[in-house]
Design a protein around this ligand. Structure first.
Ligand SMILES: [Zn+2]
Length: 378
């Protein structure tokens, strides 16, 4: 992985490169960034840069023997640790290294969800077990074979149990020329003892433009499609790439149709609609709900007179304007809350039919409460 393959994050790249050029590489670092910000690919590109035999001012060469091994994640001085689903208590990250290489090379912006698919372990609890902690200590106790540095990248230290404390000694008193990079998403879920012993590198979410431009340049998206996905993905490239695989164009039409049916309190049609929703698959349902949330947030902006901040394509803007005639901010907010709750339950495998029926009933209540009150006011 070279820096130039990573979307955005120019300031972080420069900071990492400077630390190498100025010879101030800290031996234990924590790359902390939200999902889809690129913290894992940045860690790999940084490690590759450190080991490159012909470093350039702004990137690794990509051609030396070290870079070639790095590109396949097969360098003898590069190690990975990550959460997995142990089938036996002696399983360690090495048991799953083939799957790991395939997952990362296919998509360096992988999430725990995508990783779970490679492990064929839906709904199982991932962790980094004690056998793996011992393995890490063992790996880091050897001298580097080929490079100046031996590097271990530990993805998602949030999944280290108390057992993670076994690692403190190597973080505090490392062997010479070893580098320990932790790549995390949630600072709150990392053992404090580890947090206090690492140098923190904060990685921000990607910007709307980073994602939009990337989708146009590398994924042949039209300006409108890229804008919509960039907007929905909230700076998370993992989500944006997942949305590319799905039909996002249909979300607007079906979401508005759903609200109309609920507004009209059309029982039988609502049931039919719920039936369709329940068959569209978990990832699609999540994206559909996220679309609904973003769309209603735009409606709230319109309703609060902040129309200049609205980012919708023309046709959706027109619909949003019509919606604001029949809905106020409180109602939009109440529906947003219902959609967010539903998203939470879809992630946790709720029965989709019961769930979407329940959400529909809540939306009917929210929308028709206003109608009743309006009638009472007039
Ligand atoms: Zn190189």
């Amino acid at each position: 992985m070279q820096f130039k393959q990573i979307v955005g994050q120019d300031a972080i790249k420069q900071r990492l490169i400077n630390s190498v050029i100025e010879n101030r590489v800290s031996h234990a670092q924590l790359f902390l960034g939200p999902g889809g910000s690129g913290s894992l690919p940045l860690a790999v590109a940084y490690a590759q840069y450190l080991s490159c035999e012909a470093k350039q001012a702004d990137d690794s060469c990509g051609e030396c023997s070290s870079c070639r091994k790095y590109q396949k994640l097969m360098h003898p001085d590069l190690h990975f640790s990550y959460p997995f689903f142990a089938k036996h208590k002696d399983d360690t990250a090495i048991t799953f290294i083939e799957q790991w290489r395939e997952a990362f090379i296919t998509n360096p912006y992988l999430s725990l969800d995508t990783w779970r698919d490679y492990l064929d372990a839906e709904n199982k609890q991932a962790n980094i077990n004690i056998a793996e902690c011992h393995q890490i200590i063992k790996k880091l106790s050897f001298k580097p074979f080929e490079s100046a540095y031996k590097i271990l990248i530990l993805w998602l230290p949030e999944y280290l149990d108390k057992e993670g404390n076994a690692l403190l000694k190597i973080i505090e008193e490392p062997q010479p020329n070893t580098l320990f990079i932790l790549v995390a998403q949630n600072q709150d879920q990392i053992l404090n003892t580890i947090l206090s012993r690492t140098q923190l590198i904060k990685i921000p979410a990607l910007t709307y433009n980073d994602i939009k431009d990337h989708l146009i340049e590398k994924h042949n998206q039209t300006e409108d499609a890229a804008a919509e996905i960039a907007y929905l993905s909230n700076g998370n490239l993992t989500e944006a790439l997942a949305m590319l695989q799905q039909d996002t164009k249909g979300y607007h039409t079906s979401f508005v149709q759903w609200l109309r049916l609920c507004f009209g309190n059309k029982g039988i049609e609502v049931m039919g609609f719920v039936d369709q929703l329940s068959k569209m698959g978990r990832e699609n349902q999540k994206n559909f709900l996220r679309y609904g949330v973003s769309f209603l947030r735009e409606c709230c902006l319109l309703l609060s007179g902040a129309g200049s901040l609205v980012h919708l394509p023309a046709q959706e803007l027109e619909t949003a304007q019509k919606m604001t005639n029949v809905m106020n901010v409180d109602q939009s907010q109440a529906i947003i809350n219902e959609l967010e709750k539903a998203h939470y339950h879809v992630e946790r495998n709720a029965n989709p039919k019961i769930l979407f029926l329940d959400v529909s009933l809540q939306i009917i209540k929210v929308l028709n409460y206003k109608t009743i009150r309006q009638n009472a006011d007039t």
